[in-house]
Design a protein around this ligand. Structure first.
Ligand SMILES: NC(=O)c1ccc[n+]([C@@H]2O[C@H](COP(=O)([O-])OP(=O)(O)OC[C@H]3O[C@@H](n4cnc5c(N)ncnc54)[C@H](O)[C@@H]3O)[C@@H](O)[C@H]2O)c1
Ligand SMILES: [Zn+2]
Length: 364
């Protein structure tokens, strides 16, 4: 039997007001901290984060993130880190700010802290950065040796952030088990280049069952800025369970189709999690899952306010050529779609998108 690998961040802290404990948790990691966040997130939380770090005796520099995780931005942030002679970088905000901090940290010996202020993706716990062009088209994944030393997520912050981003996190996490399961069934390797573990498979599955058990209530609570136990459960599913589950469990069609969808400008308004949801439904169609099963998953997506049709992610009436562009990109040689237990061609992907869209329309 081949090697199995499971990897994870060193620490994970979740709860109400834990943002004010950042200093206490980060203090063992270094002395000088660069906090990377966009203008909005700095306005919202910059002072609290600075106060917490300074109270723990750390030197702090707040640096504005310019919005895209591109090679140019990564190099700029790495230079800022070097200029401050920093030994810790905090990526604060959504997936792109965190990915940029992660990639910039690779140019240093220092520590990485993920501080998501939205539960919109499973980026915070991972060792992966997703690189885009300045115009927002997917370029590639970078997989690094190191994980964040600390992931800290404040559930009161998450509950008061836009509900749409929270829904997106559910969409991202909804894919995790289906992809890990597909990769496991086909004997594919994870991003660590080895077989998955039973541990990671169970974590991925727990992400799914947690969403099904708590997703609707959690979304309703977040719509009212409330933190309930369902919100705690779904934040954990979106962030920790999905993060460990996708990395150590394996990716497959859903994220490859997401990557294909980013090729079309019209989908750029849709969030990562929204596009992944369409990718998940297409994956289920691609795998030949029974009608009732796909309808059930689509029904859940619909109930939590995620898209189930192409029109809802900006593709009102996509041409065959547009779908072919998506399908070709999804089937690129290095794509995780080839982790499916069945061989997949661009024609299969295009038609699965059409089939998934038709099922989604039944819900209208
Ligand atoms: N590295 C990984 O393992 C991994 C996994 C999944 C997704 N990703 C990447 O993550 C990115 C998507 O991340 P995203 O969906 O978070 O979007 P994003 O990072 O593009 O944007 C997040 C937005 O939310 C805003 N925001 C953050 N906190 C807020 C708050 N509390 N209140 C109000 N607004 C707030 C920010 O200003 C920003 O505009 C993609 O690039 C995707 O490829 C990476
Ligand atoms: Zn994702």
């Amino acid at each position: 039997m081949t090697t199995q690998i499971f990897r994870s961040p060193a620490g994970y802290v979740q709860g109400r007001n834990v943002i004010d404990d950042l200093g206490t948790h980060a203090e063992p990691l270094g002395e000088t901290v660069v906090v990377l966040a966009d203008e909005l997130v700095l306005d919202l939380f910059g002072d609290r984060v600075r106060d917490s770090l300074e109270a723990a005796g750390l030197e702090v520099a707040l640096e504005e993130f310019r919005g895209e995780c591109s090679e140019r931005e990564i190099e700029r942030v790495a230079d800022v880190h070097a200029d401050h002679d920093a030994d810790v970088i905090v990526g604060m905000g959504g997936g792109k700010a965190i990915d940029t901090a992660r990639a910039a940290r690779e140019h240093t010996d220092g520590a990485l802290v993920s501080l998501p202020t939205v539960a919109s993706t499973d980026a915070p716990t991972s060792s992966v950065a997703v690189i885009y062009t300045e115009a927002g088209e997917f370029v590639e994944f970078h997989v690094y040796e190191r994980h964040p030393e600390l992931v800290l997520i404040d559930t009161e912050v998450i509950a008061s952030a836009p509900t749409r981003l929270f829904r997106g996190g559910i969409g991202d996490a909804l894919a995790t088990w289906f992809e890990a399961d597909a990769a496991y069934r086909s004997g594919a390797t994870t991003i660590f280049g080895t077989r998955s573990t039973r541990t990671a498979q169970e974590i991925a599955k727990l992400a799914y069952t947690t969403l099904r058990d708590h997703g609707r209530s959690a979304v309703e609570a977040v719509e009212r800025d409330a933190v309930t136990e369902s919100v705690e459960a779904v934040v954990e599913a979106n962030t920790l369970l999905s993060g460990l589950g996708f990395e150590s469990g394996g990716l497959a069609a859903a994220h490859a189709i997401h990557n294909g969808l980013t090729q079309l400008e019209a989908t750029h308004e849709a969030t990562h999690g929204e596009k992944v949801t369409i990718g998940t439904l297409a994956q289920l169609v691609l795998e030949g899952r029974e009608d009732a099963f796909v309808e059930d998953v689509a029904g859940f997506a619909n109930a939590v306010g995620l898209p189930t049709t192409l029109a809802e992610i900006g593709l009102e009436d996509p041409s065959t050529e547009d779908l072919a562009v998506v399908a070709e990109a999804a089937c690129a040689e290095e794509e995780t779609i080839h982790n499916e237990p069945v061989p997949v061609t661009p024609d299969d992907v295009r038609d699965s998108l059409v089939g998934a869209d038709a099922i989604g329309r039944r819900l209208e």
